[in-house]
Design a binder for this molecule. Structure first.
Ligand code: 6PG
Length: 239
């Protein structure tokens, strides 16, 4: 039985899914800017979102009025090929109208606990708070692992139970192992959450997300009522 609340946006192939994700991201940013003057967006790492980040820059009418955050980061220097910040530098930040000082880098070169604490403090001081005092992103743009992880919240990780911290260090199953991740309270507080997932390898994880909350599938613990899954047909559940 598929869950009934997450929204599916299915496209024929990887390129059209990437374009749809860029269009959705730009629309959500514009909506936030119209309502509050600025958009707070957390971006994902990995390989899937690269094309979306290449496409979205020119779609942003007010590219300067966006605060860019990260859903997670690997504990590597900013110029490391594994750095999510470097991914953004190579794609999104090729748009000259996006000010680099509004990109809140997680300092992966520091001690992980120190980097997480610094990032959490910056997020708490830099983003609006919801009625529970949790920093409220306008968009959490996320990926999905084949094991159902999202950001760097992996199955079985104690970080999944954390409710009193905004960002924590983890040791992940996916290399590089040492990472910093936003915690579920922050991801669930986001006004809109988007998962971009493509390829046959993600199909089972997508189905598990749609089947409802299950601690074994971290992405299924996101707030499904504000979640859109942008998929290609290979990752989409069979109709
Ligand atoms: C990361 C990501 C992670 C990623 C998934 C999917 O830093 O690794 O934030 O959550 O989105 O692992 O990765 P791919 O897009 O490479 O499949």
């Amino acid at each position: 039985m598929l869950g009934v609340v997450a929204t599916l946006s299915v496209h024929p192939d990887v390129e059209s899914a990437a374009q749809a994700a860029a269009d959705l991201l730009a629309a959500l940013i514009t909506e936030a800017q119209a309502a509050r003057g600025v958009a707070h967006v957390a971006v994902a790492g990995g390989t899937t979102p690269r094309r979306t980040y290449e496409l979205v820059g020119p779609l942003l009418a007010n590219a300067a009025d966006i605060e860019w955050w990260f859903g997670d980061e690997r504990c590597v220097p900013a110029d490391d090929p594994d750095s999510n910040y470097r991914l953004i530098l190579e794609t999104l930040l090729r748009t000259p109208s996006i000010p680099i000082d509004r990109v809140h880098r997680i300092r992966g070169e520091l001690d992980p606990a120190d980097a997480a604490a610094r990032y959490a403090a910056e997020l708490r001081g830099g983003a609006p708070l919801d009625d529970k005092g949790v920093p409220q992103l306008d968009v959490a743009f996320l990926g999905l692992g084949e094991d159902g992880h999202t950001a760097s919240l992996f199955p079985g990780d104690p970080a999944l139970e954390i409710r009193d911290r905004l960002a924590v260090p983890v040791v992940a199953a996916k290399p590089p192992p040492n990472r910093i991740t936003l915690t579920l309270p922050v991801l669930r507080a986001a006004r809109a959450t988007v998962i971009l997932a493509t390829g046959e390898g993600k199909r089972e994880a997508v189905a598990r997300v749609l089947a409802g909350p299950d601690i074994a599938t971290p992405a299924s613990l996101l707030d499904a009522t504000s979640l859109t899954l942008v998929l290609d047909e290979a990752a989409a559940p069979a109709v």
